[in-house]
Design a protein around this ligand. Structure first.
Ligand code: NAD
Length: 362
């Protein structure tokens, strides 16, 4: 079996962290007997430097021709980089927004996992951190309040701003199906988070999601109000497996869920469309302050490549091997600078990649 992988190395630490993920992918693909054919795709600042725009049509076509795309990160230092003298639609970040739109990536996945070895960084109560947690937020990414009609008007001297929150059943159904499919590969539980006691849109989310849930009898389905969920994430995050929610609630809850891990540099993410295709990237940015020094933590990108194997290529065993290798290397006490603690061995970006590739490929 051969898969086509688009690779966006991007800017800043992007090339360094992606190189390590590719190393790990090569190790597991040879162990589990499949081939990965990589195509480099330029996006962000490096594309501006070469072609004058952050995303070319050729780059979009190359991404579309891939089974999945693995990305590092894009962007530079907003104060010093010449990219930020350009108008907003020509800056590196515009490339990311454009590719998400052109590939119709409507579901954003943000896992939040507490590794026992890193639990000291967790800001939650000790007994909560001791229980650990492993949840994933599935956020609808292309609808709702951020995409609705908006305007500001002044009437009789009173200035009023209006934002519109709207969802149709098609948008809800496809996001819900993604969440249930993902739950089938995990602990088989979906929590729909909404504000159904107030919002009509939330009540539609409940009606449609309930119908989708009926098609997945093995998955436990529950609903929760968003204000309660915000509390439950800090009180007892272990209760969650897959959290499904609309765009704005997901925006806020996914940052809350990331924060409680205490180590955002460890968190992968993915954006999916209604095929198997996905764009996989670390949650962090291009970290221009440490770029080119071989000290960035490549684990979020390596875990993103594991998500790619699971959700786009259905290579679950290879994905498990990557997750286990990361746990193993942490257990053995190896750390990059950002997660370093007393008694551990400090390693560089490429050494961390070598260690994980070695454990994953065995
Ligand atoms: P950032 O995430 O790049 O950096 C914040 C801090 O975290 C920095 O101190 C950095 O050194 C550290 N850090 C980030 N990733 C790390 C890693 N893997 N290992 C060790 N330390 C790490 O956020 P920022 O400084 O706000 O943004 C820098 C650039 O990244 C900006 O141009 C921004 O637009 C861009 N950005 C891109 C993406 C993306 O490509 N999806 C996401 C967020 C930010």
């Amino acid at each position: 079996m051969e898969y086509k992988i688009g690779v966006i190395r991007g800017d800043g630490i992007g090339p360094e962290i992606v190189n390590e993920a590719v190393k790990v992918l090569d190790a597991v693909s040879s162990k589990f007997g499949f081939d990965l054919k990589y195509t480099d795709i330029d996006m962000g600042g490096c594309s501006i430097d070469k072609y004058g725009v952050p995303l070319t049509e050729e780059a979009v076509e190359a991404a579309k021709a891939s089974d999945a795309v693995l990305m590092g990160s894009i962007g530079g230092d907003a104060k010093t980089s010449p990219w930020y003298k350009l108008e907003p639609s020509k800056r590196p970040e515009a490339g990311l927004l454009a590719i998400r739109k052109k590939l119709n990536l409507f579901a954003n996945l943000r896992p939040s996992v507490l590794y026992p070895e890193l639990k000291k960084a967790c800001p939650l109560a000790e007994e909560t951190a001791d229980r650990g947690f492993d949840m994933i937020i599935v956020r609808e990414l292309t609808g709702g309040l951020y995409f609705g009609e908006r305007y500001t008007k002044t009437s009789k001297g009173l200035e009023t701003a209006v934002d519109t929150l709207s969802y149709n059943e098609f948008e809800i159904r496809r996001a819900a199906i993604k969440a249930f499919e993902i739950a089938m590969k995990r602990d088989k539980k979906v929590t729909l988070v909404d504000k159904a006691n107030v919002l009509d849109s939330s009540r539609l989310w409940r009606r449609i999601t309930e119908k989708v849930a009926a098609g997945y009898p093995d998955v436990k389905y529950e609903t929760m109000l968003v204000d309660n969920c915000a509390m439950q994430i800090v009180r007892d995050p272990a209760q969650f497996d897959v959290v499904l929610t609309e765009n704005m609630f997901g925006d806020i809850l996914s940052d809350e869920a990331a924060m409680i891990t205490g180590s955002i540099g460890m968190l992968p993410s993915a954006s999916l469309n209604d095929t198997k295709f996905g764009l996989y990237e670390p949650s962090g940015g291009s970290a221009p302050d440490i770029a080119g020094q071989n000290i960035a933590n490549p684990i979020a990108t390596i875990l993103s490549s594991g998500m790619m194997l699971r959700y786009s290529l259905d290579q679950d065993k290879a994905a498990d091997a990557i997750n286990e290798a990361v746990k193993q290397v942490l257990k053995e006490g190896f750390r990059t600078g950002d997660i370093m603690s007393e008694g551990c061995s400090r390693v560089n970006t490429d050494e961390m990649g070598d260690l994980i590739a070695d454990r994953a490929g065995k």
